[in-house]
Design a protein around this ligand. Sequence first.
Ligand code: SAM
Length: 283
Amino acid sequence: MLSYQHAYHAGNFADVHKHLTLYAVIDHLLRKSSPVTYIDTHAGRGHYPLDAEETRRLGEYRDGAERLWKERRRLADDPLLADWLEGLATAQNRQNPKTLGHYPGSPWWLAQRLREQDALQLFELHPGEHDHLNRQGVLNGARHVHGDGLSGLIEALPVTTPRLCVLIDPSYERKAEYGDVADTLLKAMRKARHAVVMVWYPLLPAGRHDALLDALKNGGLRKIWRSELKVASPRREHGMYGSGMLVINPPWGLDQRLADAMAQLAPVLGDACHYRGDWWVPE
Ligand code: SAM
């Protein structure tokens, strides 16, 4: 059943939204020296050459990361975008640093910013994708597991560090995944109440993400920040018209930093692009 391969979508607008949010969250966590464990439940390959056959086939990065890359000088007025774009530049080929030839996945964004006192655990269920991940030389000593990230997360709790940060980024190939994510998250938050957790979800005309959002609210979770980037109208689109991220226990100030960055970024992604950040469940 595992047919999804992120290489077909690497660097698209949803990756930009997700990884920029991830970058901002890590930034806030790094302001304190106390150790952090990061858990990435759905890691993917970790790194995507943009000239790979799969990635070229849909070329989604052209309407995502590549637009930002072309406008990087102008976008550098925003401090978060400037840092993120500098991160993206370090992922490029040293022989050809001005060309966007690679797009890094969440394991890379996390591994690049690990300090000696921090830990990173990555889960990937697809054997081929896990093999790719295994071959990455940039993971900075991260522990990576070939297995299910949702049960892996529960088994990993409690962690030994004072702080925990989790990214849950499923492919939602099965409808039931929305419910599985909600159940796992409710269980995980009982074991790690102060964890900062990011959950990505697609905005699709069928509105399946509503079940996930409602389950978290009805399950009693508090402090859920919702960040959504829409690139088209749901009525006109058959496929994904936007990208959503929930951040549970968001660091203070994250909302404003993201809003500032998204205000610069949205027009670059297109005239119809629109960002909204609000509390799904307040404190
Ligand atoms: N987080 C990655 C990034 O930002 O670069 C992208 C992840 S991609 C959207 C989802 C990945 O989850 C796919 O590589 C898929 O093989 C993997 N996957 C699917 N079900 C899984 C599960 N139950 N546990 C762990 N990985 C899973």
